[in-house]
Each structure stands twice: as structure tokens, then as C-alpha cells.
Design a binder for this molecule. Structure first.
Ligand code: GLY
Length: 322
């Protein structure tokens, strides 16, 4: 069997530019705290699926990201989280699993991982919460003070903001509370050539009860033996584009990763969509693309690592060749 050099890319959201540039260093440090240990595991032989779950767990635990602890709060004051996982290889058909709007768990991605081998692979709402109890997952309150302050402020404004901080550029909160960012995602290629993608989110923030995020759908998270993609940004925009599956299908149909991302971003830009995506293709290319001001992503090619935090504002596609 051919051995591949493992590749890894992770993100912590996309959105409007930081009002305070010092936020870039805080986000960079957080991304690297997840990127480097996960890459160590991949280089030591971990599967892409295990690497993606590990990366998502680390990012869900970091309160600056809108997933797991630190998730955005919905209009009724409750946090409901969604997560998805998909893996594929030449030997294994793609399998998508996920949970939608689950409450009071620490790692929604663990539930998506459990559902990979279940007959019923996507559970929503009460069913997802029942599974959490069945799995004896510890009850966990994911609300952090910064999100509560943000929610209280927005409630006073009748939830006029279209999303939480950074993801859609809600009014800048007090400086000490302005580290909020977006959805998280991880895409990995392992040494056997298997690709996995995982995405986890607290949603857009301030949404109606029952709103379904893109993250636990093939629009937000998709992988086949050809490529894996995790998307971030405004969920409705990502759903309209069916962004992750769109990019992956283009690669399956023979597009290079760069061209698949570029064409998809141009289409989203024409519709004034606010989104971004990270991707890895079967030939080891690592890609990232956005229509938003910023994309908070970091990647490792097996030797060196870098991030995308300082990319120029506006639509851009870049690929690190495999
Ligand atoms: N992309 C996350 C959401 O809008 O729910």
C-alpha cells in the first residue's frame, strides 16, 4: 500500500475583520494548540478519523471558539450545538454522521463519532440529547461569561445582529470580551490515504429555536476518497451553495483542488455570501478559501505549518501543493 505524508488543516471560523488586531495572536495560539498535537498523532500513525475527532475535541474545549464550550447562545437563552463527521478511503465508502441541536454536552463531535457505526447516523434535538444520556455523557454547561454578555447585549437590541461576534461582525463588544469567533473544523489525510472531515458549531447565535445549522449537513462538512471539506460562515449561505459537497464533487469530477475552491468561491461571492472553507485532496494538496474578511485556519504539511489569519480581506483561494 502506498504511504502518504499526512496533511492537516483546522479552522476556527470566518467572518469580518478583527476590530482589535491583537486578537490575531490569541487565535493563532489557540489554533496551534490544537494543530501541533494532532499532527504529532497523525505522524505517529493515527487514522484521519481519530485525528479529526481529537482536533475537534481540542477546539470544542477552547472557549474562544463557537463550538462546545464557548458556543453561541440561541434566542431563548439556550446553547444548542451541532457536529458532523465524515470519512472515506479507496477501501471504504464515505460515511456521514452527526448530531443537530444537542444540549449540555462537552464534545458534540464524540456523538458524531459514535454514530459513524450506528444504523441511524444523524440525530437531532431531543433524540440527540437522549443519545447523550444513553452514552452516559457528563452533563456540561457550555456557556461562558463572554457569550452571556454578548447575548444580554443583543437581547437588548432585539437580536438585530445576524450572527455572533466575528462570524458576521456583530458590534464589537467591550475589549476584554472580544475574542469570540466561529464554528470549528478539521480535515485530515492520513498515511493510508484516508480522508476525514469534522465540523462543530454553536450555530449562528441568537437564532430561532429549531434552526438547523449547515455544520451537520453535507453543505457544511463532506468527505469522499477524493477530498474533504469543512465550511464556516453564515449557515444559510453555506446551505444555499451546498459548499462542502460542491467542492468535493468538483474534485471528484477532475477539478484540481484550487479550481474547485476558486469556482465555488466566485459563485458565492456573486451571491454576496459570507463564508469560508478548508480542504484537503487525495493528492495531498491543502486548500483554503473565503469570501469573508478573515478565515481563521492553520495547516501542517507534515514538515512545516502556517496559518491564514493574515490573508488579505475579500475573496481569495490558496492551495499548498502536496
Ligand atoms: N456555520 C454555522 C452556522 O451558521 O450555524
Amino acid at each position: 500500500m502506498t504511504t502518504h505524508t499526512p496533511k492537516l488543516i483546522i479552522h476556527g471560523g470566518a467572518g469580518r475583520a478583527f476590530a482589535d488586531p491583537s486578537r490575531a495572536e490569541i487565535v493563532r495560539a489557540s489554533l496551534n494548540r490544537a494543530l501541533l498535537p494532532v499532527m504529532d498523532e497523525l505522524l505517529a500513525g493515527a487514522s484521519s478519523l481519530d485525528a479529526v475527532v481529537m482536533g475537534c475535541r481540542l477546539l470544542e474545549d477552547d472557549p474562544i471558539f463557537n463550538a462546545g464550550t464557548g458556543s453561541a447562545i440561541q434566542s431563548d437563552g439556550i446553547v444548542r450545538m451541532s457536529a458532523a463527521l465524515m470519512q472515506a478511503s479507496k477501501q471504504r465508502s464515505p460515511t456521514f454522521s452527526g448530531v443537530i441541536n444537542v444540549e449540555q454536552v462537552r464534545h458534540p463531535i464524540d456523538m458524531a463519532a459514535f454514530l459513524q457505526s450506528d444504523r441511524d447516523r444523524v440525530l437531532a434535538g431531543n433524540g440527540a440529547s437522549l443519545l447523550a444520556r444513553e452514552l452516559n455523557l457528563e452533563l456540561h454547561d457550555p456557556i461562558v461569561e463572554r457569550r452571556l454578555i454578548e447575548w444580554l447585549r443583543e437581547r437588548g437590541l432585539d437580536f438585530a445582529a445576524d450572527a455572533v461576534d466575528v462570524v458576521a461582525g456583530a458590534p464589537t463588544p467591550e475589549p476584554e470580551h472580544e475574542h469570540g469567533t466561529g464554528t470549528i473544523g478539521v480535515v485530515a489525510l492520513d498515511s493510508s490515504g484516508a480522508i476525514a472531515a469534522g465540523t462543530s458549531t454553536g450555530g449562528r447565535g441568537f437564532e430561532r429555536v429549531g434552526r438547523v445549522s449547515d455544520s451537520a449537513t453535507p453543505a457544511g462538512n463532506y468527505a469522499t476518497e477524493f477530498a474533504g471539506v469543512s465550511s464556516t460562515g453564515i449557515g444559510e449561505d453555506i446551505l444555499d451553495a451546498c459548499l462542502s459537497a460542491r467542492v468535493v464533487v468538483r474534485v471528484s469530477d477532475g477539478f484540481s483542488l484550487h479550481d474547485a475552491l476558486e469556482k465555488s468561491m466566485r459563485e458565492s461571492q456573486a451571491r454576496e455570501h459570507m463564508l469560508g472553507a478548508i480542504a484537503i485532496s487525495h493528492d495531498g494538496c491543502i486548500g483554503w478559501a473565503k469570501t469573508s474578511d478573515i478565515l481563521l485556519a492553520a495547516y501542517h504539511d507534515g514538515t512545516t505549518y502556517a496559518d491564514t489569519i493574515d490573508l488579505p480581506h475579500g475573496t481569495i483561494t490558496q492551495v499548498h501543493e502536496g
